[in-house]
Each structure stands twice: as C-alpha cells, then as structure tokens.
Design a protein around this ligand. Structure first.
Ligand SMILES: [Zn+2]
Length: 315
C-alpha cells in the first residue's frame, strides 16, 4: 500500500492506494500557513488515511508527495513555493520520515499530476503530450517520446511563470506578467471582481454580495448563460489559450490534458481556448493537437504521488 499526497496552494489531498491504483481512502484538508502546521497535518493525514481504510500503518510501503516547486528532490526540500511561502527551504521529507518511520519521496506537483494522468487516464496512444494544471497557480508537465521530461533538477515546465506581458502584473516569483497572474484560479477571481464593480446588476455581482466570489460561482452563472459570467470566462479563457499557444509552438504535442480545479470549468473555457489556438498557433502545429480535461482533477495528482512512491520503491 502507498500514500500519495498532493500539496496545493489552497488544499492538500491524500490518497491511500494498493499497488494497482485502487483507491482505499481519500481525504482533502486545508493547506495551512506555517511549517509546523503543515508537518503536523501531513502526519495526521497519513494516520487518518490508514484508519479510514482500516489498515495498519505498518503496511504502508512508501509516501509520495507532490508540492509546488521548484524542489530539490535529492535533499527532499522545497526551494521556493510562491503560493506556500512556509515551504521555502523546508525539509519536508526528513521531518515526515522521522515522524512516521516511512520512506517519503518528493516531486514537483505538476510531475505527480502527469504521473497520475499517465496511470489513470487513457493516454497510451500518445508519445508526446503535456499536461497543464490550472489551480491556485499553473503547473506544467511534459512527456517526450514516452518519458517524463523533468529538466536538470526536476523543475522543468514552470509554465505558470512564462512571461506573457513584459510590463504586466507583479508575481510572487519576483517577475512581472507571468501567465499564472492571468490564467490561474486567483486570477479568474481578480478578473471577476473587476467585472462585478462595473456590472452591479449581474447575477455574479448579486451573488458576490452574499457569498465568496470563487471560480465555481462564476462557472455556475456561466452555464446559466449570465452575460457577465460568460464575458469573464471569455477573457479568462483567452489568457489560458495564449499560454497554450506558446506551449504548442514550442513542443508540437499530440495532446494537451487540462487538470487542476479550474479544469472542471472546461466546458465553458474550451470554445474560446480552441479559437485562440486556431487563430494564433503556428500552421502545421495546431491542426492535430487534441485538448482534454482529465476525468478526476481532484484526485489524479494524489494518485500520481502514490505512483511516485511505487516507482521509487521498485514495487
Ligand atoms: Zn511568476
């Protein structure tokens, strides 16, 4: 049995699986703000997953963790995580190994996401494909000729920090105009807030007075054809599309999988994203690339983290 943990900017998800990828238990918790809280929560999460599945912790052979990077996977530390500052230089692997007595392995969150998609989605017909996770930040991961491309130190495909506007919005990474400042979940909310100020009578604005303005709220109004919600998604999806065009022009992939919380809105996003690809990507690159939303964006990265542990222990 293996535990996979996907640490995101807002939520942390844990899954307990058997060697074949059958889910034994799953739990989602808030990602806390301090290193001590995060360490305590990871320990407790493993305990809870084992208890819920009525298995002994002794039967767990390894724990895989995916975190926003960049990371140093040999030393088991997160080098920088703009969306979770507490993880900066934090020895997350050593602390959890000491506390649990289990072997723990660390990977970039986007790499575990693509490991999960590779394991659980039907991707066998593709040799060159990539995955983009749209959430609190934007992650990317890449399969070249049936191998995961991780770069020099496991940090390749920080696609959220590709510059799409030289003088654009400031990003916690220290740069300006990064893609995730326009196409992540918080960017969608920021965009929605600017629309709500101008169009006070829209159903998005009316609901936003009573409840928190979230991507889900905007999506729910968009599928009811509220004009403001549709305009928000049109602009947001244009930014998503621009980043995807860059990736298509660089990698010429056969397929692109969309994951992360925002991929649940793909029905509203996809027409605009496809239009931008058709308009802007290089001829010969754009015609045969297929876009998918992965089937279970909530659990796929955690599955991938469990697969990381399976692969690392040679099970
Ligand atoms: Zn950035």
């Amino acid at each position: 049995m293996f535990v996979g943990i996907d640490i995101g900017g807002s939520k942390t998800k844990g899954i307990l699986t058997d060697n074949n990828g059958n889910e034994l238990s799953f739990k989602e918790i808030e990602t806390k703000k301090t290193t001590k809280e995060i360490d305590d929560d990871l320990y407790q999460l493993i305990e809870t997953l084992a208890t819920s599945a009525t298995v002994s912790k002794m039967d767990i052979k390894g724990v895989g963790i995916g975190t926003p990077g960049p990371i140093d996977k040999e030393r088991g530390i997160v080098l920088k995580a703009p969306n979770i500052p507490a993880l900066y230089n934090h020895p997350i692997v050593k602390n959890l190994e000491t506390r649990t007595g289990l072997r723990v392995f660390l990977e970039n969150d986007a790499t575990v996401a693509i490991l999960g998609a590779w394991w659980k989605e039907n991707v066998s017909k593709y040799r060159n494909w990539l995955m983009i996770t749209l959430g609190t930040g934007i992650g990317g991961s890449l399969i070249i000729d049936n191998k995961i491309y991780t770069g020099q130190a496991g940090n390749a495909m920080e696609v959220g920090h590709m510059t799409i506007d030289l003088d654009g919005k400031e990003c916690p990474c220290g740069n300006r105009g990064c893609w995730e400042r326009y196409a992540s979940g918080p960017a969608l909310v920021e965009l929605a807030q600017s629309y709500v100020k101008k169009q006070k009578g829209s159903s998005v604005a009316v609901r936003a007075k009573e409840e928190e303005l979230t991507p889900l709220l905007v999506y729910e109004e968009a599928i009811k054809k509220d004009e403001t919600a549709l305009a928000i998604f049109e602009e947001y999806s244009t930014y998503v599309g621009i980043g995807i065009v860059n990736l298509i022009n660089i990698f010429n992939p056969e397929a692109i999988f969309l994951g992360g919380g925002l991929s649940q809105s793909y029905r509203v996003m996809l027409p605009t994203v496809k239009r931008i690809i058709k308009k802007c990507a290089c001829p010969g690159f754009k015609d045969n690339v297929i876009l998918y939303a992965i089937s279970d964006p909530l659990k796929i990265p955690a599955f991938g983290a469990a697969k990381l542990a399976i692969n690392a222990t040679g099970s």
